[in-house]
Design a protein around this ligand. Structure first.
Ligand code: NI
Length: 164
């Protein structure tokens, strides 16, 4: 198990655009494994490579159905709207309401480079949108419509106290 440092707040790497992954090699596999370890340790339910200082288009997440790895994810379709409270491991202690599509279609590659398409909704759609935003240097605080405090979050019993 190898943990990497999670970049936070004003770290400039969080604002940079990640590059397309072209090599599906052991270095990529090590990165994905370290990202999963770091995410579970935090604990969080999603993590994008720029959050550990690596500008590659790779994300990991686990919304309760097991670990998912997505390389070069691209949201090709979206429908509807859901407004949920989000947090982010790179913006500790801050939670806010964000509008996301209710359902999305995402194309991605797995760690071997094989292409897949997935339909996602509810929390999974939120996480995939949040993490792919990180690949463009975008944070949820850029689009949050309202902030709430950690205390308010606790009182609301909202499921999104997990951070992404
Ligand atoms: Ni995040």
């Amino acid at each position: 198990m190898a943990l990497r440092n999670i970049r936070i707040d004003e770290d400039p790497v969080l604002r940079k655009k990640a590059r397309t992954v072209e090599k599906f090699d052991p270095a990529l596999h090590r990165l994905l494994e370290d990202m999963a370890d770091t995410m579970y340790d935090a604990p969080g339910i999603g993590l994008a490579a720029p959050q550990v200082g690596v500008l590659k288009r790779a994300i990991v997440f686990d919304t309760g159905d097991g670990l998912m790895e997505m390389i070069n994810p691209e949201i090709t379709d979206s429908e509807g709207e859901q407004i949920e409270i989000e947090g982010c491991l790179s913006v500790p202690g801050i939670y806010g309401k964000v509008s996301r599509p209710a359902s999305i279609k995402v194309n991605y590659q797995d760690r071997k480079g094989i292409r897949h398409t997935m339909d996602a909704n509810e929390l999974q759609a939120v996480v995939i949108c949040h993490e792919t935003d990180h690949l463009f240097g975008k944070l949820f605080t850029d689009i949050a419509t309202e902030y709430i405090t950690a205390e308010e979050l606790e009182e609301s019993g909202n499921m999104h106290e997990e951070t992404l």
